[in-house]
Design a protein around this ligand. Structure first.
Ligand SMILES: [Zn+2]
Length: 357
C-alpha cells in the first residue's frame, strides 16, 4: 500500500509526464509546409529561391467577431471546392512511377495536405501585406502617411520550361510536396491539358539562380510555365496550341511585352538547358511571344558589331561568354549549340538584337 503522500507525488509526476508528451507541435513553415529545422538538411539548397517571412508585427485593424465568422465561412467554402479528380485506387497497370501511380498519390496529397497548405499560405501572405509599417522607422527616420493609390505588383515576364520528367502527373506530384521546393504557375500536359497550381500574383519557385538584364530575382517578376516533355522529344501539337492560348490570356491580362517571353536556359546560362532545341520559338514569335529573326532579310552585321554586347543588350548574362552563346544558340539557332558564333550565327544575333534597340 502507498501512503497518501506517495500517491500525491505519483499523480504529480504523471501530470508532468503527460504535459511533456502533449507539448505543442513545432510550427510549420507557412510557405513550404515543412516543419522548422530539427537538425536535418534544409529542403532547398538554394535558399535564395525562398522568402522567409517574419511574424506580422501589427495588423491594420483587429477583425470584429462578424468579420471573423465571415472569414471562417469563406475559408470553409474554399476548402469544399471540388478536388480535381478524386483519388481512386490506381488501375491494374499502375505500377510505380506510371502516370496512374502519380495521379493516385497526387490526388490524395492534394486533398489531404497540398490544398489546405495552399489556403493557409495565402492567408498568411495576405496578413503580411496588411501589416502597417513602423510609423516611425528609425532606420530611415520616416513618418507614416498612407496613399490611396496602389494595387498589387504584376508579373512582367513569362519563363518557359520543359519538365524533364516522364508525365504531367509526375510533375504535379513534384509540385505537391514541400521537400522538392520547386513549383510553377502552370503545367501543360502532352495531351494539351493545362493545370494551374498557383494564383498569378503569387511567386512560384521555378527560375532559381538566374539573371536577365540587371534582374536577379526572376521569380518575383515572372510567371513559370512547365511543359511536360523529357527534353529529348518534340513537343506535341495539342500542347503548343494549349500553350499559345495560355500565353494570349497572360499577355492580355498583364500587358507582358513580346520581348519578355523567354526560356529558362536564357536566364540561367550554363546551369539550365530548357526548353530544349525542339521548342518552336519561331512559331511563338510569329504569334507575338518572344522575338525571332527575319530569315529572308539576314544582313551582314556592321564591322564594329560587338556580339557579346549584343547578347548583353538582349538580356543574357555574359559573365561566362561561352555559356551565354550556348543559351542564345539553343533558343535562336537550335541546329547546334557549340559555344562559338559562326558568321551565320552572328547574322542571326544581329537581326534579333535590332528588335531590342
Ligand atoms: Zn526549367
Amino acid at each position: 500500500m502507498f501512503s497518501s503522500k506517495a500517491l500525491f507525488k505519483m499523480a504529480l509526476l504523471m501530470v508532468v509526464l503527460y504535459s511533456c508528451g502533449t507539448s505543442q507541435p513545432a510550427r510549420r513553415n507557412v510557405l513550404s509546409g515543412t516543419r522548422p529545422s530539427t537538425g536535418q538538411k534544409p529542403a532547398n539548397p538554394n535558399s535564395s529561391e525562398q522568402t522567409v517571412f517574419t511574424k506580422p508585427e501589427q495588423i491594420t485593424k483587429q477583425p470584429s467577431k462578424t468579420e471573423e465568422r465571415q472569414k471562417l465561412n469563406t475559408a470553409v467554402e474554399r476548402r469544399q471546392e471540388p478536388v480535381s479528380g478524386n483519388a481512386s485506387a490506381p488501375d491494374a497497370n499502375a505500377t510505380y512511377r506510371t502516370p496512374a501511380y502519380y495521379k493516385y498519390i497526387t490526388d490524395s496529397i492534394q486533398r489531404t495536405s497540398a490544398k489546405p497548405s495552399y489556403y493557409k499560405s495565402t492567408e498568411n501572405l495576405f496578413k503580411q501585406m496588411a501589416v502597417v509599417p513602423n510609423p516611425q522607422n528609425p532606420a530611415i527616420n520616416s513618418q507614416w502617411y498612407t496613399t490611396v493609390n496602389f494595387d498589387a505588383r504584376k508579373p512582367n515576364f513569362v519563363i518557359l520550361h520543359h519538365t524533364a520528367q516522364n508525365s504531367a502527373e509526375q510533375t504535379l506530384f513534384t509540385f505537391s510536396i514541400a521537400r522538392t521546393s520547386v513549383s510553377a504557375h502552370f503545367v501543360i500536359g502532352r495531351d494539351g491539358t493545362a493545370y494551374q497550381l498557383l494564383n498569378e500574383y503569387m511567386r512560384a519557385w521555378h527560375a532559381g539562380k538566374s539573371k536577365w538584364g540587371a534582374i536577379t530575382d526572376m521569380n518575383s517578376c515572372s510567371l513559370g510555365i512547365e511543359i511536360d516533355n523529357n527534353g529529348n522529344e518534340p513537343f506535341t501539337e495539342p500542347q503548343i496550341q494549349s500553350l499559345l492560348k495560355l500565353l494570349t490570356y497572360l499577355k492580355n491580362k498583364f500587358g507582358i511585352p513580346q520581348a519578355n517571353f523567354i526560356g529558362h536556359a536564357d536566364i540561367a546560362p550554363g546551369r539550365k538547358d530548357d526548353p530544349s532545341s525542339y521548342f518552336p520559338w519561331k512559331r511563338l514569335a510569329t504569334a507575338g511571344f518572344g522575338y525571332w529573326y527575319d530569315s529572308t532579310n539576314l544582313q551582314q552585321p556592321p564591322a564594329d558589331f560587338n556580339a557579346l554586347l549584343a547578347l548583353r543588350v538582349i538580356g543574357y548574362d555574359i559573365s561566362n561568354p561561352a555559356n551565354a552563346i550556348k543559351s542564345f544558340k539553343l533558343h535562336f539557332v537550335q541546329t547546334d549549340t557549340t559555344p562559338v558564333l559562326t558568321d551565320y550565327d552572328k547574322k542571326i544575333l544581329y537581326n534579333v538584337y535590332l528588335n531590342y534597340q
